[in-house]
Design a protein around this ligand. Structure first.
Ligand SMILES: [Fe+2]
Ligand SMILES: [Fe+2]
Length: 356
């Protein structure tokens, strides 16, 4: 089954045969003028974890090593690489150094996003020595890219709640720990974003990289950004906005106004889908069918990589899950939201979507 899926995929992605089984995400920005097209690669959530001394969790190391090696083999070459956060597991210098050593083998300029596992030991101090600012923007071939640090939280929790930095880190590292605290971008950064966007024309494509989703999905697991609506309000006036995020280690997609949301997968492990998605009438994302369920006893189930086409402002993702069934999620203009292509009514598909 796996090989069949891979063959089917390769028929439509011949130039990418060299990377057909690797845990990276290649993002393609397609413009009407094809001379402007370019790609970038996306690697996320490697969770490099020290056991003791020079011993690290081997599986997580291997995931990142494979992603870096495959990215270097890409043809065509991506213009740059984004690392989507959670490079380390417990924010330790030894973990960040070990991860940075692997990332340094990339042959491309690399932009880094802050994850909560990188941050809550020393509040990003050592990460800054490696990668610089926690939030910033840059322009590339007509697209405005914005990197946010979305994993901040309330000052009281950060500065007053915990007797040691190690305990603070451990409390935020747990997936379902009630002692954690909701993530947020925060007022200072929102002011910066507002100012940054002043100089961007409304028809410039905008791509935002965050670690947590800039939307509210499931608070119990902190798949959540507390000031999501305020950040979305700053982005809504623009014609074409895409938010790409890590953190959730699973396929997610959503559409809120002009903003498309898409998650990338992790190189370390998958998270299962919270049961509450199906229990809540208004769950996000809109699950039109049951998605592939990650098997928590199989550390590679539902890890993988994806191609993202951004065509006419709408995003289509081709997920290549090397130990699960490949999926394609694309925007359906009939319903006004991204959906799993296999389950859209084929008779109603518009011709331009047929190649997905
Ligand atoms: Fe993560
Ligand atoms: Fe995370």
């Amino acid at each position: 089954m796996k090989n069949q899926n891979r063959r089917d995929f390769l028929k439509t992605a011949g130039v990418l045969t060299a990377v057909s089984c690797l845990p990276i995400n290649l993002v393609e920005l397609a413009f009407a003028d094809s001379r402007k097209n370019f790609t970038f690669a996306y690697i996320s959530d490697s969770h490099i974890q020290q056991i003791e001394g020079s011993k690290f969790v081997r599986n997580w190391d291997r995931g990142l090593i494979r992603a870096v090696a495959e990215t270097n083999l890409l043809d065509p070459k991506p213009d740059f690489v984004v690392f989507g956060g959670d490079l380390a597991q417990l924010g330790k210098k030894s973990e960040l150094d070990h991860g940075a050593e692997m990332l340094a083998k990339l042959n491309y300029k690399t932009y880094c996003v802050m994850g909560e596992h990188d941050y809550y030991l020393d509040l990003g101090e050592y990460w800054s020595k490696l990668y610089g600012d926690h939030y910033y923007s840059f322009n590339h071939k007509g697209v405005h890219f914005i990197v946010l640090n979305s994993i901040l939280t309330y000052d009281d929790w950060t500065y007053n709640r915990w007797p040691t930095a190690e305990q603070r880190m451990n409390e935020m590292a747990g997936l379902d720990n009630p002692n954690g605290s909701p993530f947020m971008v925060g007022e200072k950064q929102r002011q910066w974003l507002s100012k940054d966007l002043e100089k961007v024309s409304k028809d410039t494509p905008i791509v935002v990289f965050s670690h947590s989703p800039i939307q509210k999905i499931f608070k119990g697991w902190n798949f959540w950004t507390d000031d999501a609506e305020e950040v979305q309000a700053l982005l809504q006036p623009f014609d074409d906005v895409t938010v790409i995020y890590g953190h959730v280690h699973q396929i997610q997609y959503n559409q809120i106004g002009n903003i498309s949301f898409n998650a990338v997968m992790a190189t370390a492990w998958p998270w299962p889908y919270p049961r509450s998605y199906a229990q809540n009438k208004d769950f996000v994302p809109k699950l039109t069918v049951p998605m592939n369920r990650a098997n928590p006893f199989h550390e590679r189930d539902a890890t993988g990589w994806q191609l993202i086409d951004l065509d006419s402002g709408r995003v289509a993702l081709r997920y290549n899950l090397y130990d699960n069934t490949n999926r394609t999620v694309a925007y359906n203009p009939l319903t006004g939201r991204p959906e799993d292509k296999d389950f859209q009514d084929k008779a109603k598909r518009i011709p331009s979507q047929e190649h997905y």
